[in-house]
Design a protein around this ligand. Structure first.
Ligand SMILES: Nc1ncnc2c1ncn2[C@@H]1O[C@H](COP(=O)(O)OP(=O)(O)OP(=O)(O)O)[C@@H](O)[C@H]1O
Length: 299
């Protein structure tokens, strides 16, 4: 269950994303997801990529390039760096690098992996984004960074010598890995996804997204709805429309919708929870108006 910052509890660290979003990270070292270590281990093992752990390690060992294809949420980003670390790829002061397109994704995933490993962010697991280097020389084994930072590092060090590369030892001497890329397809999804299309093009997709949210809210049982929009303006407009709807429902019925605005990680989105259990109901107009980001820690 995601955890939120509630009045009276320790204030989480607030990160400002360059795309204009905001993200809360739990500042405590304990599991911000509220799961204990063994639950995290169980969650890790339930991810689709876990079944492929040995195959991935074998392919990485034997090929210069391994391409892993899998559904979103299957565990590629959070798990594969950990598998590599567990297999010794970060021994001897080497570093496992994992790039993400955006700063916020880098911070979120580094924070999550540090939590899964039970370590403090910035030590065994760190990240580097422009103007911020949360890594420790000789200590950091898994480093998340933006594509841009990696490119910059390549300008100074084209062979990326500090990152982990292995050569296969054979009786006849040292032999390099195979140069043809290995491609591995991870089957399975973390969540069931059903895709529905509108029958006709819509002239205002923000309005259409809001109408869809309301119709899901009216027809489906209790749960969360995530909406992906293209930018902050669209998110603000959608929040405003929903806020107006909530206010008018508030006048006419006791039914509530609470929602939190989230964060561009891979792409801008916001989340809505049916019911009013989060303590951050949209009836708290001041929060909504300020566009305050109320973020589950797993975003
Ligand atoms: N910050 C987080 N807090 C809680 N759970 C998380 C967090 N980040 C990821 N997860 C969980 O870990 C799972 C794997 O996420 P991961 O990012 O590794 O998937 P992925 O295959 O890399 O997805 P994508 O292709 O979208 O990058 C997710 O399904 C989610 O359940």
């Amino acid at each position: 269950m995601p955890q939120f910052w509630k009045p009276g509890t320790e204030k989480p660290r607030l990160l400002d994303d360059e795309e204009g979003g905001l993200l809360f990270f739990s500042s405590s070292h304990s599991s911000s997801s509220g799961f204990g270590y063994s639950s995290i281990e169980r969650l890790r093992q339930r991810l689709p990529v876990f079944k492929y752990r040995t195959a991935i390690l074998y392919l990485v060992e034997t090929h210069a390039t391994t391409i892993v294809v899998g559904e979103t949420g299957s565990g590629k980003t959070t798990q594969i760096p950990q598998y590599l670390k567990e297999a010794g790829w970060a021994n001897g002061g080497r570093v496992i690098a994992c790039t993400q397109p955006r700063r916020l994704a880098v911070q979120a995933v580094a924070s999550r992996v540090a939590e899964e490993m039970g370590v403090k962010l910035g030590e065994e697991v760190g990240y580097t984004i422009r103007f911020e280097d949360i890594t420790k020389n000789g200590v950091t084994m898994i480093k998340f960074l933006t594509d841009g930072v990696l490119l910059r590092e390549m300008m100074d060090d084209p062979l990326l010598t500090k990152y982990s590369k292995k050569r296969r030892e054979t009786e006849g001497g040292v032999r390099g890995p195979r140069m043809d890329p290995a491609i591995l397809s991870v089957e399975g999804r973390g969540f069931n996804v059903h895709i529905h299309y509108v029958e006709e093009p819509v002239s205002n997709y923000v309005q259409a997204a809001v109408s869809t949210v309301l119709s899901i809210h009216n027809q489906e049982p209790m749960g969360d709805i995530l909406v992906f929009l293209t930018g902050q303006d669209d998110i603000d407009a959608a929040v405003q429309m929903l806020n107006e709807e909530v206010q008018s429902r508030g006048r006419n019925s006791s039914e509530g919708i609470s929602f939190r605005v989230a964060i561009p990680v891979a792409g801008p989105c916001f989340g809505i929870r049916k019911g009013s259990d989060s303590g951050f109901s949209t009836r708290d107009k001041s929060r909504v108006k300020k566009g305050l980001a109320l973020i589950p820690s797993w975003f």
